[in-house]
Design a protein around this ligand. Structure first.
Ligand code: IMP
Ligand code: MG
Length: 186
């Protein structure tokens, strides 16, 4: 496959929006602290950028899940690769996601986390593709709603590539006869 990336959201536009989300979280959690759960690996850039701009006290933990499927879609079969280090019981938790597509990964994860009895549980995603939703998920903070296109950069990958791009871009694949597929890590 020949791969090309075109810029959808520039670094400055992305970071301006992240600063707005942080300000909103500051207002909503005034006088409290927040426990951010970063869903590895895709959310790492977003989590860092957001956490740096939040001014209420922040603690952080990390979780890694993988969904079986092709390079560009999730199947809904979610496997826990790395669990949280700390319990979340009694904490005000915000799950930080890179992108919500079908919603299958998040609907599994949110149920799993809710069972651990946090004081509150909210969801913050950098990107949302609402047209693609299969499983219903309540999103509390959204960076950008985007059209149904496969995006990379700012943590998001295609076959583990492009995570380090400082902007969010649309990936185009031009078929040259080669085949790809397998397990996709978040
Ligand atoms: P869902 O379970 O279909 O909502 O898929 C969510 C996960 O699929 C995300 O956390 C990403 O890892 C991956 N994903 C979905 N859409 C994209 C995309 O456009 N680019 C890169 N990864 C994506
Ligand atoms: Mg991924």
């Amino acid at each position: 496959m020949k791969e090309t990336v075109r810029i959808l959201l520039s670094e400055s536009k992305t970071e301006e929006r992240i600063a707005q989300l942080a300000a909103q979280i500051d207002r909503d959690y005034a006088g409290r602290s927040v426990h951010l759960i970063c869903i590895l690996k895709g959310s790492i850039f977003f989590t860092c950028a957001l956490a740096k701009r939040i001014t209420v006290p922040v603690t952080m933990d990390f979780m890694s899940v993988s969904s079986y499927g092709s390079g560009t879609s999730s199947s809904g079969v979610v496997r826990l690769i790395k669990d949280l280090d700390e319990p979340i019981e009694g904490k005000d938790v915000i799950v930080i996601e890179d992108i919500i597509d079908s919603g299958r990964t998040l609907s599994y994860l949110l149920q799993n986390l809710q069972d651990r009895k946090p004081a509150s549980l909210r969801l913050c995603t950098l990107l949302d593709k609402p047209e693609r939703r299969v499983a219903e998920v309540k999103v509390d903070y959204t960076g950008f709603a985007i059209p149904d296109e496969f995006v990379v950069g700012y943590g998001l990958d295609y076959a583990q590539k492009y995570r380090n791009l400082p902007f969010i871009g649309v990936l185009s694949l031009e078929d040259d006869g080669a085949q790809e597929g397998g397990d996709s890590q978040q």
